[in-house]
Every structure is written in structure tokens, then in C-alpha cells.
Design a protein around this ligand. Structure first.
Ligand SMILES: Cc1cc2nc3c(=O)[nH]c(=O)nc-3n(C[C@H](O)[C@H](O)[C@H](O)COP(=O)(O)O)c2cc1C
Length: 363
């Protein structure tokens, strides 16, 4: 059924302007009868950040920015769903057009600029589904015109922590001017102190929610040394590696490649996997990683795991491969496990990290 849907919907949606196609896909998920995904093979289960994931394939932030369709997304087979990014106050984001599909590259450029319904609307939707099954995390950011950015993250945590399974501090969106500066050591040190304090305060009488840091794939290795060092000192629970890139290497669609914004999809795979492996060797097991960027097949997902990811996420792959991609990846992962005689995916995590970091830098 899902395969048939893809057969019809993927070519149709690709004829439309990308933002219209996205709105249509969201609406289809809103009105579709809720499906329960088939139970996953136990071998796909992953334990990370104190949570038990039924499978390692998650939906990356940016698809369901306002927490409108989380339950429907579990019906597609995702092991977890990250909603958001959300900002404290509602904001419209950048003017359109701001989303571009590079068909020949299997890529997208977006400069949405954290368009958000704001924390109150998102908290209301999440609390309405609070008893539903499925691991839902929230991706949080800062308003464009804010003065004290760290205060915005604190505000989001205060409002949203009670309603989610994990919190992602997004300091890596390239479309909010200055946001990525929060990855610099001193700024990150202050930010993590304040968000962890907020997380502890919201946990009184309740479970502490895992706090993850999402970084850019464009960090230099010297920056990455600092980021991982600060993250380890603060005892964060995990990192997501990573966001979209401002790089434009090896693109066929030369005209669209000139659009400003963050690039995602297949051309991001090599760089994001390299930064993932570099993060893994620096983290030395202090916390698990989620690998994101260009996952569009089971082989790509398994490569992320071997480079150091305990879990993977994807977004752009869905646009090009359709929703049957999730089931295809899970099936392929089980095949890879059988061929490699692995009892758990954890046995493969980071197995190739050292080898990946020894390769020539991806261009
Ligand atoms: C349209 C769009 C919107 C996104 N919005 C967010 C966001 O709000 N917060 C965030 O951390 N990442 C956001 N991302 C980045 C994705 O979560 C992901 O890190 C990136 O796209 C790489 O994965 P992919 O190649 O599978 O798409 C967005 C990506 C796209 C394409």
C-alpha cells in the first residue's frame, strides 16, 4: 500500500513547487486514517540516552516543524520522530521562494529561516498527544530578532520538556544569522550551562529529558575539538551530526546551487559521515551520536552506523524515495546484520570510524 502511494505520489509531488508539495504531504498525513506500523524485529532495537528505540531510523527535524503529524509519522515505520525546530515566539521565516529541489543531485537547498508557530502552539499539540506511543523529540532554536539567544532555548525547554522524550539544541541552522556562532567554545559553554540548568529545573519530580546538541557539518576539526570538549565537560546526553551544509561541492544543478541556504540530501552524505566519524573518535564513548545527512538507502544508514552513529535520521531522502524508504532501510539493515553475523546494531557502531577519519577529506 505504501509502495503504491509512493509510485503515484512521488512523481506528482515533484511536479509541484517544493513548499506546496510539502504542505500537501503534511495535509495528506493529517487526514489519512492513523496506521499502526508493523512491530519491528527485536534485532533492530537500540538503547540510547536512556531510551529504548524500536528501530534506529528517525525522522530528522524540519519536516514536522509544528508537531502536527507526529502520530501519523510513526505509521510510516519511524523508530523516533524529531519535531520542530521551534522558536519561543511565532515567526514567519524568510520570504518565499525559500525551498529548492535539485532533482539531478537528489538534494534540497532550504533557507526557511526557522518558520515556527511558536512554543505555545507546539506545546499544546504535543501535550494533546502526550499519552500516545512513540519517541518524540523536539528541536529547539532561537527567534531571529532575539537579544539573549540562550534565554530562547531556556524558554523552549521550560515549555516543552514535559511533553517530549528528548530535547535537541539546534545551534547549526545556517539560515538564522549568528546562530551557528553558538558553536564557538565560550558561547557554547554558557549556552550548555543554561540549558542544562533549565533541563534540571523542569525535571523536578519527573524524569530528566536527554539533551542532545545538533552541530553543523561545516565545522573545522579544530572547532570540533572544542565543541566535543565542551559537550563532554557539561555531560550532555548525545550529539546529532549534523545539520545542512553551506558548501556546494559537486552539484550538477549549477543554477539552483547558487541559491543561499543549507544543502541536504545525497551530496551531503560524504561530508556529514566524515564529521560523524571525527566526532565519534573525539567523544570516546562519552555519549551516543545520531548520524544525519544524505541517508537514502539501507547501505547509507549502515555506513552511518559503522562511522559512529547509534541511530540515524533522514529527511531529504523521503522527498526523492518516498515513504517506503523507511521500511526498505530497516529490511536492508537486517540483511546487513545477518551477513555480518551481528546480534545487535550496537556491535557495528563506530567499527569503521578510524578508517573513515584516515580517508582523504571528502570534496
Ligand atoms: C526543509 C528543511 C527544513 C529543516 N529544518 C530544520 C530545523 O528546523 N532544525 C534542524 O535542526 N534541522 C533542520 N533541517 C535539517 C535536517 O534535520 C537534517 O539535519 C538535514 O536535512 C540533513 O539530513 P537529510 O540529508 O536526510 O535531509 C531541515 C532540513 C530541511 C531540508
Amino acid at each position: 500500500m505504501i509502495g503504491l502511494f509512493d509510485h503515484l505520489a512521488v512523481p506528482l509531488l515533484r511536479m509541484l513547487d517544493p513548499e506546496t508539495a510539502h504542505a500537501l504531504a503534511l495535509n495528506a498525513l493529517k487526514i489519512a486514517p492513523l496506521r499502526r506500523a508493523a512491530t519491528d524485529d527485536e534485532k533492530l532495537g537500540v538503547r540510547a540516552f536512556g531510551l529504548t528505540f524500536p528501530n534506529p531510523v528517525g525522522l530528522a527535524a524540519g519536516f514536522d516543524k509544528n508537531a502536527e503529524v507526529a502520530d501519523a509519522l510513526f505509521g510510516l515505520g519511524f523508530g523516533f520522530v524529531e519535531v520542530g525546530g521551534v522558536t519561543p515566539l511565532p515567526q514567519p521565516g524568510n520570504p518565499r521562494p525559500r525551498l529548492f529541489r535539485l532533482d539531478a543531485d537528489g538534494a534540497v537547498i532550504n533557507r526557511l529561516g526557522l518558520n515556527s508557530d511558536g512554543v505555545e502552539a507546539v506545546a499544546a499539540r504535543l501535550s494533546a498527544r502526550a499519552s500516545s506511543a512513540g519517541i518524540v523529540g523536539i528541536n529547539i532554536g532561537a527567534n531571529k530578532d532575539t537579544v539573549d539567544r540562550a534565554a530562547d532555548y531556556v524558554r523552549c525547554i521550560e515549555a516543552l520538556a514535559p511533553h517530549v522524550a528528548f530535547l535537541t539544541v539546534n545551534v547549526s541552522s545556517p539560515n538564522t544569522p549568528g546562530l551557528r556562532n553558538l558553536q564557538q567554545a565560550a558561547a557554547l559553554d554558557e549556552l550548555l550551562a543554561r540549558v542544562i540548568d533549565a533541563r534540571e529545573r523542569t525535571a523536578v519530580g519527573r524524569a530528566r529529558k536527554p539533551l542532545l546538541l545538533k552541530i553543523a557539518p561545516d565545522l573545522t576539526l579544530a572547532d570540533l575539538d572544542d565543541v566535543v570538549g565542551v559537550a563532554r565537560r557539561h555531560g550532555i546526553d548525545g550529539m546529532i551530526v549534523g545539520n545542512t551544509t553551506v558548501g556546494r561541492n559537486n552539484l550538477r544543478e549549477a543554477e539552483k546551487a547558487k541559491e543561499q541556504g543549507g544543502l541536504s540530501g545525497r551530496p551531503l552524505f560524504a561530508l556529514s559521515t566524515r564529521i560523524l566519524a571525527e566526532t565519534f573518535v573525539r567523544a570516546e564513548g562519552a555519549f551516543p551520536l545520531i548520524g544525519v545527512g544524505g541517508v537514502d538507502s539501507g547501505a547509507a544508514a549502515f555506513a552511518k552506523i559503522k562511522a559512529g552513529a547509534s541511530l540515524v535520521q533522514l529527511y531529504t531522502g523521503l522527498i526523492f524515495r518516498g515513504v517506503s524508504l523507511v521500511a526498505a532501510i530497516k529490511k536492508d539493515l537486517l540483511d546487513f546484520m545477518r551477513i555480518g553475523r551481528l546480534d545487535t546494531l550496537a556491535d557495528a557502531v563506530g567499527r569503521d570510524a578510524a578508517a573513515v577519519t584516515a580517508e582523504p577529506w571528502p570534496v
